[in-house]
Design a protein around this ligand. Structure first.
Ligand SMILES: [Zn+2]
Ligand SMILES: [Zn+2]
Length: 260
C-alpha cells in the first residue's frame, strides 16, 4: 500500500506493520501501526501537528489501541483522536494532569521550530497544548497485549522518563524502543525528570532480548540489532567511569550517544 500525504511519511515494514513518520519536523518522530487479526496497536501518536488518524484510517478498519511509550508531547500529539489509550502506571498522572514543572513556553518553542514542510492551518505553535486525558488502562512490566495472532510484550524501561516502556513484537522480534534507544542524536537523560542510572539499567535490560530489528522513535528508521552489543559495552564502560549522573555531558559511542 502506498500512501501519499502532505505531512506524514508512511513506510511499510512488513505486510501488517507500518512506520508513520514526521520528517518535516526537526525531531523526526516515528509512530508505528501494528495490525493483528482482531485489533491494531498504534505505538505513540506523534507530534499532533497534523491528524495521524487520517493515516491510520487508510491502513486498517480494526479497532486501534494506542500504546504510549511515554508521556512527552512529541509522542502523544494525536492521542485525542483515539478511544483506547494505554500508559504505564508511572506516567498516568502526567497523562491526566500534564508534566509538572515543564513550561508550556518550552513545549511550544520546541514544537514550532525547524519545520520544513507545510503544516495544516489549524496548527498554531503559539496555542499548541499537549494532550491530557484519562487512560483506558494501565500498563505494567511484562504485560502481554494480544492483537489477535500477534502478541506484544511490554517492558518497563524508565530513565528517559519514569514510565517509559518498550514494546516487543514477540513473533517478529521487532523491538520498539521509543526514546530509550535511537541513533543520530543524543538520547536525553539530562533534565530533572530523567534518571541516568535507571536509563542504563533499562538499556541493559533490553540489550539481552532476542531481537531482529529495533525501531526507535526518532531519526533514522530501523536499527540493526547488533547495536545491542554496543549498548552492553557502553553500559559497562559508563558504570566504570563514575559519570552516571546529571551534568557529565554527552557520552559518544559508535552508533549512538547519551546526554546525562
Ligand atoms: Zn521523550
Ligand atoms: Zn521523543
Amino acid at each position: 500500500m502506498k500512501i501519499k500525504d502532505s505531512w506524514f511519511t508512511v513506510q511499510q515494514i512488513d505486510e501488517t506493520t507500518f512506520a508513520i513518520s514526521e520528517y518535516g519536523h526537526w525531531e523526526k518522530v516515528h509512530s508505528f501501526l501494528l495490525i493483528g487479526k482482531e485489533k491494531a496497536a498504534l505505538i505513540d501518536t506523534g507530534l499532533g501537528i497534523d491528524n495521524i488518524k487520517r493515516i491510520t484510517d487508510q491502513l486498517t478498519d480494526l479497532p486501534i489501541i494506542v500504546i504510549t511509550t511515554h508521556v512527552h508531547a512529541d509522542h502523544i500529539g494525536g492521542h485525542g483522536l483515539y478511544e483506547t489509550i494505554l500508559v504505564h502506571e508511572a506516567e498516568e498522572d502526567w497523562l491526566i494532569n500534564g508534566i509538572k514543572g515543564l513550561s508550556i513556553e518550552r513545549i511550544r518553542h520546541d514544537i514550532g521550530r525547524d519545520i520544513t514542510k507545510p503544516t495544516p492551518t489549524e496548527f498554531n505553535p503559539n496555542t499548541y497544548t499537549p494532550y491530557t486525558g484519562q487512560p483506558t488502562a494501565i500498563l505494567s512490566d511484562g504485560d502481554l497485549i494480544d492483537l489477535g495472532d500477534r502478541l506484544l510484550t511490554i517492558f518497563h524501561t524508565p530513565g528517559h522518563s519514569p514510565g517509559h516502556i518498550c514494546v516487543l513484537d514477540n513473533d517478529r522480534e521487532y523491538l520498539f524502543t521509543g526514546d530509550l534507544l535511537y541513533v543520530d542524536t543524543p538520547i536525553y537523560a539530562f533534565y530533572p525528570t530523567t534518571d541516568p542510572e535507571e536509563l542504563l539499567n533499562s538499556l541493559e535490560k533490553i540489550s539481552y532480548l532476542q531481537v531482529a530489528k529495533i525501531f526507535g522513535a526518532h531519526n533514522t528508521l530501523g536499527i540493526d540489532p547488533s547495536i545491542l552489543y554496543e549498548v552492553q559495552e557502553a553500559v559497562y564502560e559508563l558504570r566504570g567511569k563514575d559519570v552516571v549522573r546529571h551534568g557529565t555531558g554527552t557520552h559518544v559511542f559508535k552508533s549512538f550517544s547519551i546526554q546525562f
